[in-house]
Design a protein around this ligand. Structure first.
Ligand SMILES: [Zn+2]
Length: 148
């Protein structure tokens, strides 16, 4: 999982704690960071969901700590991947990520069909939202510098 920084160095994908409004801590935010010039950016694919999460907290949020992985499928997949493969020196992050995303999407599609067979619209909407968080993200987009 790499991306080219503007300074030419390869950036790494990692999960970070990001603090908003000086008091709201959001854990497990996928971020690209550069080990050379220390610039970093939130993964574009999740910025919309982070904005929504912040908006849901209102104008004057109380101090709290939230895990972004609890409301975002992609962050959750990366969180588990990092957790389970951290000690594996031979892990191929890109194919592991792709594999896990594919498994998760298949599971969600099964759930969606099941929810539809029950006529449970709330459940269908919930699963659909999760699928949207994963669709459109390919690890190829991770390799392209889309900043400019
Ligand atoms: Zn850099």
């Amino acid at each position: 999982m790499h991306k080219q920084c503007q300074c030419g160095t390869t950036m790494g994908l990692e999960l970070r704690k990001v603090i908003f409004a000086g008091k709201v801590e959001i854990l497990h935010v996928p971020v690209f960071s550069c080990p050379s010039c220390f610039s970093s950016e939130v993964l574009q694919h999740v910025t919309k969901d982070i904005k929504e999460l912040l908006q849901s907290l209102g104008d004057n949020p109380a101090a709290r700590r939230i895990s972004f992985a609890r409301s975002n499928e992609l962050a959750e997949i990366i969180r588990k991947l990092v957790l389970e493969e951290a000690d594996n020196p031979n892990v191929d992050w890109q194919s592991s990520l792709e594999e896990r995303m594919e498994l998760r999407i298949n599971l969600l599609l099964d759930l969606y069909r099941y929810a539809r067979s029950l006529g449970d619209e709330d459940w269908m909407n919930d699963v659909e939202k999760k699928l949207t968080q994963l669709s459109g993200f390919t690890s190829k987009s991770v390799f392209t510098n889309t900043k400019n």
